[in-house]
Design a protein around this ligand. Structure first.
Ligand SMILES: Cc1ncc(COP(=O)(O)O)c(C=O)c1O
Length: 286
């Protein structure tokens, strides 16, 4: 296989030639923002929503570098040259290289922009469900208070995720000290009771996932569900018919177990209806 081409600071180059300075603030402080844009059959899903979030998040960390049109072109070029039909585009902007390591930053730094594609699973449907549901380990959410910003400094998420995997689970399900569910370490959560589909309301404790937004919009559009953003607790998961995780790479993934308790669909699978609607409409959103 020929070497993968990646994008770094204005150039498309072989991955082995893509190097950055150790003085890059992304390396030293995790001082940056990223996006993951999913593509199926080389068509990106909700690209403009991902660019909106990227722009908003750069603004949130005062990284003033909005080159949205250029970035859209880079992303589309990477997709068309990707070795994978089903791929994610990782797109990363860090604050750049400073002369001295210091917490404060200058607005004159040249940002480092890095992007590449990686393979993701083919889409699921009711006719092609996953063999196993995901097993989640519940943990108190010990991350910081800006989980609504998609920062590259993911150590909090990494430690939660790894702790779950070390115990034989697939992902961590996070709840705050007050008992309210936030999200999983790398996904949003949905709790389903009959045709009622619930997900935690947005605040600074969880990421406004693009897939979460698509699921809400598509299910609301179908008028077949009662869709609610509300406060949810772990006990709501155990009383529910189904629990799902959503993310750009997972789309909508059913959960089969939380801690030692199985989550079993008591009614006909609502996931099947939801995933088929998602596949039918996911390309309709800019
Ligand atoms: C913490 C967290 N929550 C939610 C999500 C899902 O977001 P999206 O649907 O935009 O991929 C992610 C994705 O990486 C995430 O890291």
């Amino acid at each position: 296989m020929t070497e993968q081409i990646v994008y770094l600071n204005g150039r498309f180059i072989p991955k082995s030639e893509a190097t950055i300075s150790p003085m890059d603030r992304g390396f030293l402080f995790g001082d940056g923002i990223y996006e993951v844009i999913p593509c199926h059959g080389r068509r990106p899903i909700a690209l403009e929503r991902h660019l909106d979030r990227l722009t908003r998040n750069l603004d949130a960390i005062s990284l003033r570098c909005n080159e949205r049109d250029k970035w859209r072109t880079v992303i589309l070029e990477l997709i068309s040259n990707s070795p994978w039909e089903h791929c994610g585009v990782y797109f990363h902007v860090s604050r750049g290289v400073a002369e001295r390591r210091h917490h404060t930053f200058s607005s004159t730094l040249e940002p480092t922009v890095f992007a590449y594609t990686f393979d993701i699973p083919a889409p699921r449907s009711s006719a092609n469900p996953p063999e196993h549901g995901l097993k989640l380990k519940s943990q108190e959410d010990l991350r910081w208070q800006h989980c609504d910003i998609k920062v590259t400094a993911l150590l909090g998420n990494v430690l939660h995720y790894q702790a779950a995997v070390n115990e034989g689970f697939d992902e961590a399900l996070l709840y705050r000290q007050d008992g309210l569910l936030t999200e999983a370490a790398a996904s949003n959560i949905f709790v389903v009771s009959g045709r009622k589909v619930m997900t935690p309301r947005l605040d600074q404790h969880l990421l406004p996932g693009i897939t979460r937004g698509l699921v809400l919009d598509i299910l609301r559009m179908s008028q077949e569900f009662e869709v609610t953003e509300c406060d949810l607790r772990l006990s709501d998961c155990f009383d529910a018919d189904e629990v799902w995780l959503s993310s750009s790479t997972r789309e909508i993934a059913p959960v089969s177990m939380i801690d030692s308790k199985p989550i079993t669909a008591r009614a006909k699978s609502v996931w099947g209806l939801a995933i088929d609607l998602f596949q039918q409409h996911k390309f309709e959103f800019a």
